[in-house]
Ligand binder design. Structure first.
Ligand code: ADP
Ligand code: MG
Length: 217
């Protein structure tokens, strides 16, 4: 517990990019079975992360879900981040598919912005405004390729284009795996539902990479 919680905001203007999936998976992986206390903030009025968290509480019971959880929208974000930061070492913030005023407070309050990008041109185009806002707020960005199909030439091309955006591209990629979606349905993440799967390895590697990035930035 500390007043100086590390805040990670997951943001990307495009809907369906994988923000909510990444937020839940990262939060559980960073918590590492309770070694780190992690609070989650759902700032998307759609409330998908909240539904996942409710399924999680039903499964484990309120005390044992292993994560703190709050919701907020608009300018309430900063207040809720502070509140979670008082009781947790880390705060992970999920955001709505927007890049303007609605998400700016969540980006501004972050120590690190993580931007999930699917390896397609349309997803690449949608990324630039989120990067600009993070830059205005002077917050470092880590781009994470997600839903990556096996052996697609396009993925390499998109990765190259992303590297030219003067943002940091995570070495770890998340594959296009049904386990990411199905685990969420039962209030879990893939590291809990399929502990020794490729997807679980990817998530643990990403959490380690995020920790290393935070330590060096
Ligand atoms: N790595 C992945 N592999 C397979 N499906 C994924 C992956 N990441 C996300 N999805 C699926 O893509 C859809 C959109 O993901 P979601 O996390 O809700 O995106 P967002 O929050 O950006 O709208 C969901 O159906 C989710 O299950
Ligand atoms: Mg979402």
């Amino acid at each position: 517990m500390s007043d100086e919680a590390t805040v990670i905001t997951v943001s990307q203007q495009k809907g369906g990019a994988g923000k909510t999936t990444l937020s839940a998976h990262l939060a559980v992986a960073l918590a590492d079975g309770g070694k780190t206390s992690v609070g989650l903030l759902d700032s998307d009025p759609q409330g998908s992360l909240g539904e996942w968290f409710e399924a999680r509480e039903e499964r484990f019971g309120e005390e044992k879900a292993g994560l703190g959880f709050r919701t907020s929208s608009g300018w309430g974000v900063r207040r809720e981040i502070r509140a979670l930061g008082r009781d947790h070492d880390m705060v992970v913030v999920d955001t709505p598919p927007k890049a303007e005023m609605d998400v700016r407070p969540a980006l501004g309050a972050a120590d690190l912005v993580i931007v999930p990008v699917q390896p397609t041109p349309v997803d690449l185009w949608a990324t630039s405004r989120t990067l600009e806002i993070a830059k205005l707020e002077r917050v470092p960005v880590l781009i994470v390729l997600t839903r990556v199909p096996p052996r697609a030439k396009l993925t390499g091309e998109i990765a190259e284009a992303l590297q030219e955006l003067s943002a940091n591209l995570a070495e770890t990629r998340l594959g296009n795996r049904t386990g990411f979606a199905s685990s969420m349905g039962s209030g879990l993440t893939i590291t809990e539902s399929e502990r020794s799967s490729k997807g679980a390895d990817e998530v643990r590697a990403l959490a380690a990479e995020v920790r290393a990035f935070l330590a060096s930035n």
